[in-house]
Design a protein around this ligand. Structure first.
Ligand code: DX5
Ligand code: ZN
Length: 210
């Protein structure tokens, strides 16, 4: 039984008090902080960028897990490497995924590659040995609070079959019920935004671990 890591998504936090929000989830046992960066181009929404994230770095020991929903993200990697622990890019957003992976590695950072719901695992077949974490999107990226796409359970199982020792992160529509499904399928890093940040953070985080 693999250890489960909880990654609250800052996108669902109260933006008027980000420091308190992250201190709270860290105190309650979350290990990662999932940071959704959107460019209004790869996805139809804009969130926050490097200045906001770097200003939080000094208040947190959480692993900063940056999810770049950005087209051709290479121009951001050097800046983000200053304050990130894991940098995840979308396979669909870069023409030269292998080059982008090497670029992230060159700064000594962990590499994540995200796949949209319709993107096949084959896309990353020949890169798997250079990737630390695969992010299986369980919604179409761009917004919090969407419904979990059930077909992604099989995708997680297929990936776990191909690669035993890789982190599999899931993102989108994760709650106590969908968490059970994805954990059983082989996911070990659970992103949750609206589920954690609405209601009692402690109970929500505990329920994801069960
Ligand atoms: C969606 C983002 C997610 C989002 C998840 O594009 O990548 O990280 O915050 O939100 P919930 O958990 O509410 O589906
Ligand atoms: Zn995300």
């Amino acid at each position: 039984n693999e250890k489960i890591i909880i990654a609250p998504s800052l996108l669902a936090a109260d933006f008027s008090k980000l420091r308190e929000e992250i201190e709270e989830v860290e105190k309650l046992g979350a290990e990662y902080l999932h940071l959704d960066v959107m460019d209004g181009n790869f996805v139809p929404n804009i969130s926050f960028g490097a200045p906001v994230i770097s200003s939080l770095r000094k208040y947190s020991n959480l692993v900063f897990d940056v999810h770049l929903m950005v087209n051709e993200p290479d121009y951001l990697i050097k800046d983000f490497a200053e304050f990130s622990d894991i940098i995840t890019v979308h396979a669909e957003a870069t023409k030269h995924l292998n080059r982008t992976i090497q670029l992230i590695k060159s700064f000594g950072k962990k590499v994540g590659v995200a796949l949209n719901p319709s993107t096949s695992l084959n896309t990353i077949k020949y890169d798997l040995d250079n990737i630390d974490m695969v992010l299986i999107m369980t919604v179409n990226p761009g917004f919090g609070g969407q419904k979990f796409i059930p077909e992604m359970v099989q995708k997680i199982k297929d990936l776990r079959k191909i690669k035993e020792n890789i982190d599999i992160e899931v993102d989108g529509g994760i709650n106590d019920e969908t968490a059970k499904l994805v954990k059983e399928a082989g996911a070990n890093v659970l992103v949750a935004g609206s589920y954690i940040f609405s209601g009692n953070y402690k109970e929500k985080i505990e329920s994801l671990n069960k």
